[in-house]
Design a binder for this molecule. Structure first.
Ligand code: CA
Length: 227
């Protein structure tokens, strides 16, 4: 069972999909507008989004871009045109799959299952080791040189996100989207504040970094100091 967000202005399609998906055990919420859909995608954190391209307030491409700026939720595009160039562009913009109208609810349900399976089988290991740092994603705890770190939930998620891609500079915008599921305002200090708390718990400072290295205006990366 998954929670599905349907962004679709056609009430008949919404109702018929809602009924069928509910029968299949999915939880469905919907929005008739692009902007409302983006807000729902952030607030409700659905497992998958089904996005109609022909919305009254915004072009579907724009809605997709806005969702991608704040969330990695799988997005299935529902389009009336079987236009390959357009679909390729949407997949490049971060759509995960597409269905061409008219489609049946069971066809859509199969696509939803496929997208969710892909997400689950993603190669996120349950434990990440970087130097003396062990991040146990399944247990939601981290150890440094064998000693358990006392982290808040957000500090842990921040650490786990960075540790899962060691050496990769991650923009603050991405951290806001992935860890806080919020868009990044330029003056926002949320990331910096949590990074400084995290550093302290790791026993390091910005001036003398060991694991966490920030580059002003670019982002932050976690490195293996033993490598
Ligand atoms: Ca429409």
């Amino acid at each position: 069972m998954a929670s599905v967000l349907l962004i679709e202005d056609d009430q008949r399609i919404r109702q018929s999909l809602a009924a069928t998906l509910a029968d299949m055990g999915h939880e469905l919420r919907s929005s008739p507008t692009g902007l409302g859909g983006v807000a729902e995608a952030v607030e409700a954190a659905p497992d998958v989004v089904v996005l109609d391209l022909g919305l009254p307030d915004l072009p579907g491409d724009e809605v997709l871009k806005m969702i991608r700026a704040v969330s990695q939720v799988p997005v299935i595009i529902a389009t009336a045109q079987d236009d390959e160039a357009r679909i390729v562009r949407l997949l490049d913009l971060g759509a995960d799959d597409y269905v061409v109208k008219p489609f049946s609810a069971s066809h859509l349900a199969a696509r939803i299952r496929a997208v969710l399976r892909r997400g689950l089988s993603g190669d996120e290991p349950s434990e990440v080791v970087v130097g003396g740092l062990v991040v146990d994603v399944a247990a939601h705890e981290a150890r440094l040189d064998g000693k358990r770190l006392d982290l808040t939930s957000k500090e842990f998620e921040l650490l786990a996100f960075l540790a899962s891609r060691p050496g990769v500079m991650v923009p603050k915008r991405t951290l806001m989207a992935e860890v806080w599921r919020q868009p990044y305002g330029g003056a926002d200090k949320t990331v910096d504040v949590h990074l400084s708390w995290l550093r302290r718990k790791l026993g390091e400072t910005a001036a003398n970094p060991v694991y966490i290295h920030t580059k002003r205006g670019v982002g932050v990366k976690l490195v293996d100091p033993t490598a």
